[in-house]
Write a new protein. Sequence first.
Length: 301
Amino acid sequence: MGNLVLMALCFAAGIVLRRTGRLPGSAPSVLNSYVIHVALPAMALLHIHGLEFSPELLYPVGAAWILFGVGYLLFRQAGRIANYSSGTLGALFLTGALGNTSFVGLPMIEAFYGAELLGVGILIDQLGSFLILSTAGIALAASCSSAKVTAFGMIRKVLVFPPFVAMIIAFAMMPLPFPAWAEEVLGRIGDTLAPLALLSVGFQLRLDQIRNNIGPLAVGLFYKLLLGPAIVALLFIVILGARGPVIQVTIFETAMAPMITGSIVAVEHNLDPSLSSLMVGVGIPLSFLTLPLWWWILAPV
C-alpha cells in the first residue's frame, strides 16, 4: 500500500508543480535523462544479477513477449485503419504493449497473492518488460521517431542504451556475489526511479488533451488492460492447460497498467508525448478497477 500511496503523491506533485510554475518547462527532460541513464541501470544491475531460473518460470517470461508481439501486430493494423502517425504508433508500442510490472505490478502481487510470489513478478519485469524495452522497444522507438535511422544506427541505439548495457553487465557478473554495500547503493539509486518517473509523467500530463487522443488512447488501454491479458489467458489456460499460482500471477501481471519507463522513452524520442503521458496517467487509475476483476476471474485457475 505504501508504494501505491507514494506513486499517487509523486504523480500529483508533478501536476501541481507544473500548474504552479515551480519547475521550468525543461524539467521533464532532466528527470527523464536521470531515469534512463542512472536509476534504470542501477535497478537492472541489482535485480537481474539476483535472478534464479527454473523451467516453470518460462511461462511468466513468455507472457510478456507474447503480450508485446500481439500488441505490435494489433496496433500496426489499427494504425493502418485509423491512419495513425508513426509517432502515435511508437507511443502505443512502448506503453500499450508493455506493462507496469514493477512499480504497480509488485505491490499488486503482494496485495492480492502474497509476498511469496513476488519472484514471479520480478522475473516478468526483468526478463520480460525490461528486456523488451531495452531491445525491441528501443529499436522501435528509433524507427518510429522523426529522425532518419539506418539499421546500423538502430542496432547501435540498442547496444548503447544504458539499461541494456547494465543488463549485460548483470548477466556477466551473475557468478560473482555483490558486496552488501554495492547492493545497498544500487537499491537506493533504483528506488528513485518510480518517484521521479511519475513526477515527470505528472508534470507532462495534459488531461485537456484526452479529447484529441481519445481514439488511440482507447485502443491502447483496451488492449493493455483487457484484450491483451485475455489473449494470454486463452493461450496458457485454455490451449496449454496451465494452472496454479504462477499462472495466476503471470496473467495478472499482463493486465497491469502501461509501463512508466516505456512512456519516458517514448517522450525522449518525441513519440506523441501527450498520448504517451495519457496512457500512463489514465491507465494507472483505471487499472485499480480492472485488476480486482482479473483477480476474481483467475481465482479458480
